[in-house]
Design a binder for this molecule. Structure first.
Ligand SMILES: Nc1ncnc2c1ncn2[C@@H]1O[C@H](COP(=O)(O)OP(=O)(O)O)[C@@H](O)[C@H]1O
Ligand SMILES: [Mg+2]
Length: 401
């Protein structure tokens, strides 16, 4: 009888390029985070109140995507965790990304689940969960630090912050501190004043990286992830330059290098050069844009979705010239209101709508101009910065699911 070979036979391949591909993934947290020494020092200084058995101030970190907020937070919280375990201190840390825990209930459940890993809190009331949170803090007399990454994704954020802040009134030898993080530069300014003053007791901005910094970051990473002399210096420089020009985003730089290396591997090349980086550019741009769209707050997603719908359905389009087609902001606003109603979301006033358009433009997702002659009154003309079909389909998954 002939024995069939296992389907996976021959699938173990040794890469001729990578030493450790995982190091190039966005989820990898480097031990060394150059150009963020100041931010790390500031975070340590705020959080060190906990090791001294005081309540750390709430801390809010913000900056564009890819500026190292998540990496620095994970690094600092890992270090703190390691330290308090070694010293036997009553400090407890819970970290989560609010993309996955996007309501007060989900966040509180996740916190309590982290505190009582052996119990099951699924399906219990919000009050029960909240009481267990207080109970844990009181019984353990601990300093609880809650890291809430992409905190802007939380739908009822005011209620969440209020609940967590108010908890401190009932705690004596214990406390709850919030470490909030957002990719949205304007998010802070949109907060309810009371929420803002609680959440942003201390704040820290993460500026974009310049080309020189990105080059150094990438060089470090390449040294760990690739075999020696596989990646050409000029490929590193090009990836850093592209990322600096687009956004100053380290994730773009790292992703460009990863995709470039994959292209080299598929083509059986033993080196990663400029050529592969150039080829990787388009694909990475698309990945980054799609990810950015997913991470937008719901209201901005709704506005963008309205624009993508009108564009792809060719409704309300005005032709400026043969190639250039635009939408008028009034029609976009009407469409946005309709969609918001359909998905049972609240909708915002025209003033906030204009603000959202500004932000979407700042992220490069839209281009706008003011109408000149030929249009009634003064209106803002809007068009998408990227492929309408793609934007529409990704938002449909998000908003209509
Ligand atoms: N200072 C840095 N040094 C090394 N790698 C960095 C640095 N800043 C960011 N990175 C890398 O860039 C990518 C994006 O960083 P991340 O912390 O996720 O950014 P953010 O949370 O601000 O969007 C990650 O792969 C991270 O490892
Ligand atoms: Mg992040």
């Amino acid at each position: 009888m002939r024995v069939m070979p296992n389907l996976f036979e021959g699938k173990i391949k040794e890469s001729s390029i990578f030493l450790n591909r995982d190091i190039m993934l966005p989820s990898y947290t480097p031990e060394r985070l150059p150009f963020r020494e100041k931010q790390i020092e500031e975070m340590v200084s705020v959080l060190s109140a906990a090791v001294d058995d005081h309540k750390p101030d709430n801390l809010f970190l913000y900056g564009k995507p890819g500026t190292g907020k998540t990496s620095c937070t994970r690094h600092v919280l890992n270090q703190l965790d390691e330290f308090v375990r070694a010293k036997g201190l009553a400090v407890k840390i819970v970290y989560m990304n609010c993309r996955h825990y996007n309501s007060k209930y989900k966040v509180l459940s996740r916190i309590v689940q982290g505190l009582y890993p052996d119990r099951d809190f699924i399906g219990y009331s919000g009050t029960f969960i909240y009481e267990n949170l207080l109970k844990y803090c009181k019984e353990n007399a601990c300093r609880l630090i809650i890291g809430l990454d992409e905190i802007d994704k939380t739908k009822d954020l005011d209620e969440l912050i209020y609940a967590l802040t108010r908890a401190n009134d009932e705690l004596q030898n214990s406390s709850i501190s919030i470490l909030g993080i957002s990719n949205q530069l304007m998010f802070k300014d949109r907060l309810d004043p009371r929420t803002k003053s609680s959440l942003c007791e201390r704040e820290l901005v993460f500026p974009p990286y310049n080309a020189e910094e990105l080059r150094a970051i990438l060089k470090d990473r390449v040294k760990m992830a690739f075999k020696p002399d596989v990646v050409e210096e000029s490929a590193i420089n090009l990836a850093a330059a592209i990322a600096a020009q687009e956004s100053g985003d380290a994730r773009t730089a790292v992703m460009l290098m990863l995709r470039a290396a994959e292209i080299a591997e598929q083509g059986n090349h033993s080196k990663v050069t400029d050529k592969e980086v150039k080829k990787a550019k388009e694909r990475v741009e698309e990945e980054i844009v799609m990810d950015m769209i997913c991470s937008l707050p719901e209201q901005q997603q709704l506005v963008l979705y309205a624009i993508a719908r009108l564009t792809t359905d060719k409704k309300g389009i005005k032709k400026l010239s043969n190639e250039e087609c635009v939408l008028c902001s009034g029609e976009v606003y009407d469409e946005y209101r309709k969609i918001a109603e359909k998905v049972k979301a609240s909708s915002v006033s025209i003033r906030w709508f204009q603000e959202y358009i500004n932000e979407l433009e700042m992220y490069g997702l839209l281009l706008t101009t003011n109408s000149g002659k030929g249009f009634r009154g003064h209106t803002r003309l809007i068009k998408l910065g990227f492929d309408g079909e793609k934007i529409r389909s990704i938002l449909e998954k998000h908003l209509l699911a």
